[in-house]
Design a protein around this ligand. Structure first.
Ligand code: PLP
Length: 379
C-alpha cells in the first residue's frame, strides 16, 4: 500500500477484529480494565493512549512519512506541546508571518518561561541564530501573505547548527507537501483546517521521525494532557479519507480564482504561490505539488473593503480555512489581530488585505460572487 490516496483510506487502521467494522470504532472510554496487576491489553488510560486516537496517529504518521504521530485538542495545543521541548534560556528562530496565535503563544506565554524567539529578518535565518538557539520554526506558505520558505534549505541550516527544524504544514497538508522528506524533524498541523476539511472540529497533529523525539513528545503529550478526544479523532479520520479529492478540487478552484483576480482592474496586489508571477513560485514548485487553496489580495484605494465583505453572498466572512466551503477573512482585524500593529505593518499585513480560503463549490460561482461584490464596492 504505497500510494498516498490509498493510504488515506486504508492507512493507520486497526480493524475491529471482534465485529469487522469497516471504520475505526469510537472508543469512548477514559480507562481500560486490566486483567491482573501489571497486565493490560495495551491501553491503561485514555490520556496516555486510546485506540481511536491511535488509529489517527498511525494514519498521520504514514501520510507524513514519519515514525510516529500525536493528536492534540487543537493546533495550538500541538504547538504548545512541541514548544515544551525547550527550556528557560533557549531561543527559537521563527519566520515572519507565522500564524498570529503561534506568535502570541511565543510572545505572551513562553516568553514568561524564559524561552525567547527571534523573527528571521529578511528571511536571513543563519544570521538570526545565536548560541542559545535550539530550533527554527517555519510555515510555508506562511499566513496570510502566502510567503514561501525553502524547507530543505532551512532544514539544512538548522542541522548545520545542531538545531531542530520544525514546519507547520497546515496550509499544504501531506498531500501537497511532506516536510519530513525535505529534512524537517517535526511537522505540525492545525488539523482543524484541510485535514478535518469540514469546519466541524478543532484538532492538532504532530509527526516526527526520530526515535528520541518520539519518546520526548509522547512524554509531553501525556504529561501536558492536551489530547484529542475519541469522537474528534474519529471525525478527523473521516475527514482525512477525502483529503486528495478535496484538495484536487480546491486547488483547481484556487488557481482559477487567482487568475481571475490577477487580471482584475480592482486588484492592486495578489498573493498566490501557484501563479508564475508570484515571488515564491519556483521554490514552492520544488517542494509542493501546487499552490494550495489560499489566496490573499488587496483591492485598489477606490474600493470600499468593508462594503466588499458585506456584499459577498456565497463566500462567508469567517475565521479559519480549509473547509469545503469558501471563506473570506480580514487578517489585520481577525487572524492576525494578536500581532502588534507595528509588526503587522512591517511584514505587510495591511488594513486592505483580504484572505480567501477556496472551497469545493463550482468555480464559476466563486468568481461570480467576488465579481458582484467588487462591483458594489467601487467608490
Ligand atoms: C498555520 C496555523 N497553525 C496553527 C494554527 C492553530 O490551530 P488551531 O486553531 O487548531 O489551534 C492555525 C489556526 O488558524 C494556523 O492557521
Amino acid at each position: 500500500m504505497t500510494n498516498f490516496e490509498t493510504i488515506l483510506i486504508h492507512g493507520g487502521k486497526s480493524i475491529d477484529e471482534k465485529t469487522g467494522a469497516v471504520n475505526v470504532p469510537i472508543y469512548q472510554t477514559s480507562t481500560f480494565k486490566q486483567d491482573e496487576l501489571g497486565k493490560h491489553k495495551g491501553y491503561e488510560y485514555s490520556r496516555t493512549g486510546n485506540p481511536t486516537r491511535e488509529a489517527l496517529e498511525n494514519l498521520i504518521a504514514q501520510l507524513e512519512n514519519g515514525k510516529y504521530g500525536f493528536a492534540f485538542a487543537s493546533g495550538l495545543a500541538a504547538i504548545t506541546t512541541v514548544l515544551a521541548l525547550f527550556k528557560s534560556g533557549d531561543n527559537i528562530v521563527i519566520s515572519n508571518n507565522v500564524y498570529g496565535g503561534t506568535f502570541r503563544l511565543l510572545n505572551q506565554v513562553f516568553n514568561n518561561f524564559g524561552i525567547t524567539f527571534t523573527v528571521a529578518e529578511n528571511d536571513d535565518y543563519e544570521k538570526s541564530i545565536t548560541t542559545n538557539t535550539k530550533a527554527i520554526l517555519i510555515e510555508s506558505p506562511a499566513n496570510p501573505l502566502l510567503t514561501i520558505t525553502d524547507i530543505k534549505t532551512i532544514s539544512d541550516i538548522a542541522h548545520k547548527h545542531n538545531l531542530l527544524s520544525i514546519v507547520d504544514n497546515t496550509f499544504m497538508t501531506p498531500y501537497l507537501q511532506r516536510p519530513l522528506d525535505l529534512g524537517a524533524d517535526i511537522v505540525i498541523h492545525s488539523a482543524t483546517k484541510y485535514l478535518g476539511g469540514h469546519c466541524d472540529l478543532i484538532a492538532g497533529l504532530v509527526v516526527v521521525k526520530d526515535q528520541e523525539l518520539v519518546e520526548r513528545i509522547a512524554f509531553l503529550q501525556n504529561s501536558i494532557g492536551a489530547i484529542l478526544e475519541p469522537f474528534d479523532s474519529f471525525l478527523l479520520i473521516r475527514g482525512i479519507k477525502t483529503l486528495a479529492v478535496r484538495m484536487d478540487r480546491i486547488t483547481e478552484n484556487a488557481l482559477f480564482t487567482a487568475k481571475y483576480l490577477q487580471n482584475h482592474k480592482a486588484v492592486k496586489n495578489i498573493y498566490y504561490p501557484g501563479l508564475k508571477v508570484s515571488k515564491g513560485y519556483e521554490i514552492n514548485l520544488k517542494q509542493a505539488k501546487n499552490g494550495g487553496g489560499m489566496i490573499s489580495f488587496e483591492l485598489r484605494e477606490n474600493y470600499d473593503i468593508k462594503k466588499f465583505f458585506s456584499s459577498l453572498e456565497l463566500i462567508m466572512l469567517a475565521e479559519s480555512l480549509g473547509g469545503v466551503e469558501s471563506l473570506v477573512c480580514h487578517p489585520s482585524t481577525m487572524t492576525h489581530a494578536s500581532i502588534p500593529a507595528d509588526i503587522r505593518k512591517k511584514i505587510g499585513i495591511t488594513e486592505g488585505l483580504i484572505r480567501l480560503s477556496i472551497g469545493i463549490e463550482n468555480k464559476e460561482d466563486i468568481i461570480n460572487d467576488l465579481e458582484q461584490a467588487i462591483r458594489k464596492t467601487e467608490i
